[in-house]
Design a protein around this ligand. Sequence first.
Ligand code: HEC
Ligand code: HEC
Length: 283
Amino acid sequence: MKNINKDYLAIAAAIGLLGLFVTALNVFHEELEVVTSSPPTQQQPEMTLGKRIARSCVSCHDMSRSRSMQLVGPPLWEVFGRVSGVVPGYDYSAAHIRKSAECMVWDEESLDAYLANPKAYVPGNKMAFAGLRDAKERKALISYLKTLRYPDEPPASLFTGNETGDLSEALFASAEGEVWKSKGEETVRRVCWTCHDTGETAENKHGPYLWKISGRTAGTATGFNYSASMQRYADQGLVWNDYNLCHFLKDPHNYIPGSTSTMPAIKDHLTRMAVIGTLRTLQ
Ligand code: HEC
Ligand code: HEC
């Protein structure tokens, strides 16, 4: 009788352990599912490879959510979808500042080109990394870089409105900062004043008033009669953060097709950045 009891207990314990094991597996599986949206069977080998390649970055980049600035390179948490060169307080080279002035975003294409040959893609940058020749390794690494964010947070993109980076900060802080500040103010006076009021009185002219334009939702100047196109973008929640302003001022008619604005494009990257910096001061 005693023996049977013992066996019974042993079997019960074994079943209990098995249950725990299955639960643990499920939890593990669920955790993976949060991070990767496609079936784990396809994603797993690529993610493993990506993680392995990323080991060659961690000597210079913090990749965790703590965004440490103690290393020689800028933190890479949330790098995917971010405008180049905008981590506040990081001392970028002029080459990277120039890229942010072009409103260059770290997406699949730009990361692939940069990681293949950093020196060729951003000439004059100070990242001492030769590049990854293998396209498959770059693809895996980029897939991994995409996961460096909180799972429920969408990548910063055109209409999320959560990109608060100050694109002109680095330019204005550079050795020629004062020159660019004046250039920005002068361009706004010379070009934008024809159609826009920039003062606190906030009057609508041919174009809507630009008071507090930086961070304002598109199409919300009180009393201004916007075009249907601009209205449509406004309804989608387009916010005039630096990044969207950069694209708009670079090419207004392609950015908002059908807009009634006859605004001239500001083709020169750094002048455009300086204008965006000046728009930030209108508050
Ligand atoms: C030897 C150090 C070093 C290594 C290794 C290195 N980086 Fe960098 N990285 C830097 C530095 C320094 C910068 C800033 C460059 C500048 O301002 O010119 C940088 C910049 C970057 C940027 C631009 C970030 C931004 O905010 O715009 C990305 C993206 C990047 N590195 C990705 C990587 C990846 C991915 C790896 C691994 C494959 C890697 N780096 C390996 C030093 C390094
Ligand atoms: C020739 C006239 C003209 C000039 C010059 C002009 N704009 Fe405009 N702008 C407009 C008009 C008109 C609109 C409204 C467009 C619409 O409703 O489609 C507009 C819209 C805008 C908007 C969107 C505002 C909102 O409330 O959503 C911004 C931002 C803007 N302009 C910035 C500028 C800046 C900066 C300059 C100078 C570099 C400039 N514009 C030069 C006519 C002009």
